[in-house]
Design a protein around this ligand. Sequence first.
Ligand code: ASP
Length: 345
Amino acid sequence: MNTHTPPAILLIYTGGTIGMIENPVTGALESFNFHHLLSLVPELRRFNYRIDTYSFDPPIDSSDMEPSHWARLVHIIQESYDRYDGFVILHGTDTMAYTASALSFMLENLSKPVILTGSQVPIGMLRTDGKENLITAIEIAASRNAEGYPMVPEVCIYFERALMRGNRTTKISSEKFNAFKSYNYPSLAHSGIDIKFVPDRIRRSNGMPLKPHYLFDTNVVVLTLFPGIQQRLIASVFHTPGLKAIVMKTFGSGNAPQKQWLIDLIREAVEAGVVVVNITQCQSGSVEMDRYETGRQLLEAGVVGGYDSTPECALTKLMFLLGHQLPYEEVCRLMNTDLAGEITK
Ligand code: ASP
């Protein structure tokens, strides 16, 4: 690897608060073009890197993100993969964790950094958090180890001084600068005076060529259990025509109310080939269905354990696996396999 040529980074702008400005009439934040955003960060010129840019036109609020946008991002990365050392994606914070999770599966054999970031306050405002997030994300994407290889060959989110594995991350605050957290896996790096990487926590490249994936199936739903949940409402979800998978957010270590109708609905769905995955509603920790009777009944009904997966990750992983039209047993097996560092086994 050449350690002497200056790093080349592709900066991809999808939209989000970081590039928004206030509509003078309504006061609402609206997406603005990339040139405007770049003109507000003259510091970028001080990098000794080649920084090329690509912008969604128009930029989008991340609430409008769809699997087709994820495919577009993968296409951009694949198409320019050999020309850049790393990629930084500017993205709205609202669905950033979904995009990061999806990309971690779509970019198989990734050997270069793909760092998502954004901000809580637009980059044109005095108290913006966007500048530090953007500048450090670029620095991380350009970082190489002693052998000249990318320091972080992973899809990550960098936000408010922490570099987190993308498929482990959840948005936790709509107002604090510290807007993301990775509860079940420690940060890969922290930035202070220096950027301190923790190499033992970072995935290694397997040396294989990048294998991009584009297929998704969105016939999935997230179902949160709660005390007082009603049979007729849940039955309508389970009986949705074309439904292929359910992410069930259960209590504690994977427990559900002991109601025969719920077990019957699950068993019937599983027999019809619907994948039912159990993740916990708790922010941290893992599902262990054999710990309590209330969990064991789910296991016996054919529910698949989602380990310590975030909801964003379980959902996008299912969409990804189902998109590849794998048989039911294979989807279940892969949900129990760590594909991109997303679960602790
Ligand atoms: N609504 C914005 C978005 O996700 C919020 C943000 O960027 O922080 O696009």
